[in-house]
Design a protein. Structure first.
Length: 301
């Protein structure tokens, strides 16, 4: 390069390369970062800088006492309504309305059944209570000794169809007649000779005129119910107890099950219910015989 002293050439070359980004210019030493003060336990939140982060939490004085939370009022324990008997089942209070001598009837469906039928009979005997057992013909034919025990205990028998077909009323008059007649014949054959069978209960309460005519043809009275705890679904013995108690009324007909599967919950509930209804002043009796017109008997349960 003309006119430039040789001694200055290296410095000029370095400056040119730095301008093209090939050699980075020397960085200036970083300025020392200012240390922000941390939150102080003794600082006053109202004295904080207006430039502080909006999400910064106000500090709490170590010497200040926390603001007490308002206490919620304690709810008073519910009290039973007047004229109520109070019992205890599985750790809970059970409120049973007093019966003042009003009738209550127990009925048991879908037996006889090994195990549970004998347990139900034992509980009824302890309380001197008589009930109606609604027997499935096939079950009576299989366990005739249990049918005889029911009769010996002073209980009444009911025809509950041949095999508990819940669709029988859709299969025509001939099929319905066989369900009613065969079930009745099986119950009579299993019971001691001459035992009267005067009730018929339709499976599922699915009455219709065809069923009623078949029942009437054999001189049977319809056995309906007015208190159904749905114990067959095994909702728990405490639920069964609650459902029965909450629907008690004079002349109530309670539907329970001693057959059709595991009935341990029903047995456990019955053990308490028999004590409770008697203690509350209800009078257990056999379900009354009621003559209903075909139209009335065919109404849904």
């Amino acid at each position: 390069m003309t006119g430039v002293p040789r001694v200055l050439l290296p410095a000029l070359l370095a400056l040119a390369l730095a301008g093209c980004g090939t050699i980075p210019p020397p960085a200036s030493p970083p300025a020392p970062a200012a240390t922000a003060p941390g939150p102080s336990l003794t600082s006053d939140p109202s004295a904080s800088s207006t430039t502080s982060s909006p999400t910064a939490r106000p500090s709490v004085s170590a010497t200040s006492s926390p603001t007490p939370r308002p206490t919620r009022p304690t709810k008073a324990a519910p009290t039973p309504p007047p004229d109520t008997w109070v019992g205890h089942f599985k750790g809970h209070e059970v409120w049973v309305p007093r019966g003042h001598g009003a009738a209550v009837s127990f009925t048991f469906d879908d037996g006889p059944w090994p195990g549970s039928t004998s347990q139900v009979l034992g509980l009824l005997a302890q309380h001197h209570v008589h009930a109606v057992f609604c027997l499935i013909g096939d079950q009576a034919k299989t366990y005739p000794s249990l049918v005889k025990k029911e009769v010996a205990g002073g209980h009444e028998l009911c025809d509950h169809s041949r095999d508990h077909d819940l669709t029988m009323n859709k299969k025509g008059r001939k099929y319905v007649d066989a369900e009613v007649a065969d079930g009745l014949a099986d119950v009579r054959a299993a019971a001691p000779h001459g035992t009267p069978v005067t009730f018929y209960r339709q499976p599922g309460g699915l009455w219709d005129p065809t069923v009623v005519k078949a029942m009437d043809a054999h001189g049977l009275d319809p056995l309906r119910w007015s208190d159904d705890p749905r114990d067959w679904s095994r909702p728990g013995s405490a639920v069964i107890v609650h459902r029965v108690v909450s629907h008690l009324h004079p002349g109530v007909v309670i539907l329970m099950h001693d057959g059709g599967g595991d009935r341990s919950q029903s047995v456990e509930a019955l053990r308490f219910l028999l004590d409770a209804v008697v203690a509350a002043g209800w009078h257990p009796v056999l379900a009354p015989h009621v003559k209903l017109s075909a139209k009335a008997a065919a109404r849904p349960q």
